[in-house]
Structures are given as structure tokens and as C-alpha cells.
Ligand binder design. Structure first.
Ligand code: ATP
Ligand code: MG
Length: 405
């Protein structure tokens, strides 16, 4: 057995010591029984996936010293609750081809690399969401002072989120953390890099004939993201001037930001014109408001938009329960009732359709959408049970749907 010269790992991770560390990653094929074939984006470095008792890890081989730095940046991003791949460790190896550093990250489950989103007919409806998801990711990173330096399709992973997509950063090699002041020039620079990278990647896809039936214009994709980014940035960082007796506008602003998924850390008020008017600024912390709320109440792990739909149901249920019992029902009680009587029974029926990239939470949201559609048509609430049975009858043959793609 050949150990790495040094390996640093997070607690709870496997020790990875049975891997053939004396060889460069490019030669592990056929020599390592833990290797897994999984779809991935284009990359300069060799990236391999290994399986430890069903848990998948990504290994990326780099120049000496580089993996440690990327590990540190990813760890800082995780601390700031940013959507990035989870860093597990890094190693220094000595092989026939010299010394290398290897970054180990947790494989982002249920994720779709962008190439799959372009190559499959069934994913066409997600493509415009893909651009919006990148804009949302850049805003979140920049709010936390995180400069990416290499935003591209290959460096982003996508997870389905209630019919839209949630973007995750996978490659932090060029990133920088700027504590305190993060200049507009730097934000602009990141957007320029993104635009250039996207144009190259989309032109490549077009040249290889993969960009069929797309709603994404090759040359306009970067600009679309820039526009979405500006709108979102403006909404999140805007300062409002409110009247001294317009305190309700503070709650209104927080509610709008929460609806967009942003959690608000601090509200800052400063007096203007002898206090007759106030300057209102809110400090946004992250974009997992509903996700955290749902997780605290039910322990379910969902993406932000999925969680928002589920929290809306829980809130509605709470109102109904309060009305029936003629007393105020705590949110936790409504959440428990929802889990037992709605979510769990529906997910149990959907079990055969759950797949690697189609989670229980996403399927549940599809059933909610279907229920809404059926209820509109019937002009009454058809109920979860009816909706899930009808959904299974119409779309139960997912296998056929997917093999069409
Ligand atoms: N933790 C992970 N989970 C899922 N996929 C991953 C993970 N790490 C890497 N990948 C896949 O491997 C691909 C390459 O990884 P990465 O972008 O980090 O390599 P790179 O060589 O640094 O890229 P570049 O050429 O942009 O410098 C990604 O596009 C992604 O599809
Ligand atoms: Mg990359």
C-alpha cells in the first residue's frame, strides 16, 4: 500500500488510505476498485470519483500547494452558508510524475452537470432557469465578499428546485475572499469573466451539435445573466427612505426579501432631516430562509424554492387547524401534522419514481403543481391523495419519459 506524504481530513471522513496514491490520478483506472463513472463538466485537472460505502467523493489532482488553498476557500464559503461543494480534505502525493496536491470534496448528490441539461430533450424547460440560477449564485457570493474569478458552466453544478434550478459552485481555485469592502469593479470583473466563459462554452456546444432546440442565445447568455444579476443586486442592497411613522415598511421590505429566499440579519435605520425621515438598509445574510425554516421544523432537507412551497402549505394548514380548533396552532404542530398526513403519504406513493437526480422533494413539488392544475379545473381543492394518484397515472412511467431524452 502506498500512502500519500500527508493527508488532512475533516472528522468523520474515511481515511482514503487504500487508494493507489503512488500513481497519478490519470492512471488509477483498472487499479482502483472504488472508482465510479459519473457525468461531469470539462476540466483541466484530472477529476475522479470514489465510492466509500455508497458515499461518493470527488478527487482533483493539482499542482503542489493549490489543493490546500482551494480547500481553505471552500471551507470559508461553507462557513458563510454559500452553496458550494463540501470540502473533505487534501493530500500531498509523490508519484512517478512528481509531487501533486489532491483536493477531496463530497460529491454533490442529485446534481446535473450543464452538459446533461443541453444534451437531453427532457431538460429543455430548465435551460433559461440555468442562467437565472447562475445570476442568483453570483449575487450570493458577492454579498459575502466572495470573488469567484472563473464562473463558467463547467464550474457550476445544478440541482432541481421546484421546477427551477439551484446553482452550486464546484471550482474555487481562482476565488478570493474580500472581507469588508468588495468593490463594484471586482463584481463587474467577475461578471465579465462569466460572460466570456459562457460564450466559449456555448459556442463549443453549438459547434459539436449539442445545442439543439435551445432558448438560450449563444451571444446573449452572459448579458441575460448580467441583467438578472443587476436586478437582484439592486433589490437586495437597495436603501429606502421612509417616513418616521412608516415602520410597517420595514416589515414589508423584510417580507419581500424573505419571499425571495433571502434571510435578513440586521435592519439598519439612520435618521435624516432631524428624524422626520429614516434611511432603511437591511443586511442580507444568505438565501436559505425557507430551507432553514423547513429544516428546523421537519428535519427535511430541501432546496430553497421547494422549501418555500412546503412552508406555504404548512402556513395554510396552520390557519385551517387554528380555525377548526378555535385556538392558535403553533407552527411546529402544523408542520408535524403536514409531515404525517400530507408529505409522507405522498412521498411513499412516489417512491418508485425517485432517482439520483429527481429527489422526493422535487417530485412532491411536482404533485403540488399537479394538484393546483386539477383543482383549478375542478374549481375545488381535489386533495393530495387524488392528485398523487392522477399524477402517477399520467406520469408514472418516468422510465419511458427519461429514455426519450
Ligand atoms: N464535489 C463534486 N461533486 C460533483 N461533481 C464534481 C465535484 N467536484 C468536481 N466535479 C465535477 O468535475 C468537474 C471538474 O471539476 P473542476 O471544475 O473543479 O476541475 P478543474 O480542472 O479545476 O476545472 P478548470 O478547468 O475550470 O480549472 C466539474 O465540472 C464537475 O462536473
Ligand atoms: Mg473547473
Amino acid at each position: 500500500m502506498a500512502y500519500p506524504i500527508e493527508i488532512t481530513l475533516r472528522p468523520g471522513a474515511p481515511d482514503f488510505l487504500d487508494l493507489p496514491w503512488d500513481m497519478p490520478l490519470s492512471e488509477w483506472q483498472g487499479r482502483c476498485s472504488r472508482l465510479e463513472e459519473l457525468p461531469r463538466g470539462l476540466s483541466r485537472h484530472t477529476v475522479l470519483f470514489v465510492n466509500y460505502s455508497g458515499e461518493i467523493f470527488a478527487l482533483k489532482e493539482m499542482r503542489p500547494g493549490v489543493a490546500e488553498q482551494e480547500f481553505d476557500h471552500l471551507a470559508l464559503a461553507i462557513e458563510a452558508h454559500l452553496p458550494v461543494v463540501l470540502p473533505i480534505g487534501h493530500a500531498i502525493t509523490e508519484t512517478q510524475s512528481g509531487q501533486h496536491s489532491v483536493l477531496i470534496t463530497h460529491y454533490l448528490e442529485n446534481s446535473l452537470p450543464y452538459r446533461l441539461l443541453f444534451m437531453s430533450q427532457g431538460f429543455v424547460r430548465y435551460r433559461i432557469h440555468l442562467l437565472d440560477a447562475i445570476a442568483g449564485l453570483l449575487v450570493r457570493l458577492h454579498l459575502s465578499g466572495f470573488f469567484w474569478g472563473d464562473c463558467s458552466l463547467s464550474n457550476t453544478l445544478f440541482r432541481r428546485d421546484a421546477g427551477a434550478l439551484q446553482a452550486y459552485l464546484v471550482d474555487a481555485e481562482t476565488s478570493e475572499f474580500h472581507e469588508g469592502y468588495f468593490s463594484p469593479a471586482l463584481r463587474f470583473h467577475d461578471l465579465q469573466i462569466m460572460t466570456e466563459n459562457l460564450e466559449i462554452e456555448l459556442a463549443d456546444l453549438q459547434a459539436s451539435g449539442l445545442l439543439v432546440d435551445t432558448h438560450i442565445p449563444v451571444s446573449g447568455a452572459g448579458h441575460h445573466i448580467q441583467r438578472r444579476y443587476q436586478q437582484l443586486w439592486e433589490e437586495v442592497t437597495r436603501e429606502d427612505i421612509i417616513g418616521a411613522n412608516e415602520h410597517y415598511r420595514i416589515q414589508e421590505r423584510i417580507r419581500i426579501l424573505n419571499d425571495m429566499g433571502f434571510s435578513v440579519g440586521n435592519v439598519e435605520l439612520s435618521a435624516l432631516e432631524n428624524g422626520s425621515r429614516l434611511r432603511l438598509r437591511v443586511v442580507v445574510t444568505d438565501r436559505s430562509f425557507h430551507r432553514d425554516q423547513l429544516n428546523n421544523l421537519t428535519a427535511l432537507d430541501a432546496e430553497e424554492m421547494q422549501a418555500r412551497k412546503m412552508m406555504n402549505e404548512i402556513q395554510e394548514l396552520r390557519a385551517t387547524l387554528s380555525q377548526t380548533s378555535q385556538r392558535s396552532t403553533p407552527l411546529g404542530v402544523a408542520a408535524y401534522h403536514w409531515l404525517e398526513n400530507f408529505y409522507n403519504p405522498v412521498v411513499e406513493r412516489l417512491q418508485p419514481l425517485i432517482q439520483e437526480d429527481l429527489t422526493a422533494a422535487e417530485l412532491y413539488c411536482e404533485v403540488l403543481e399537479h394538484k393546483w392544475f386539477l383543482s383549478e379545473r375542478a374549481q375545488r381543492d381535489v386533495g393530495h391523495q387524488f392528485a398523487v394518484e392522477d399524477y402517477l397515472m399520467r406520469f408514472g412511467d418516468r422510465q419511458a419519459f427519461r429514455s426519450d431524452n
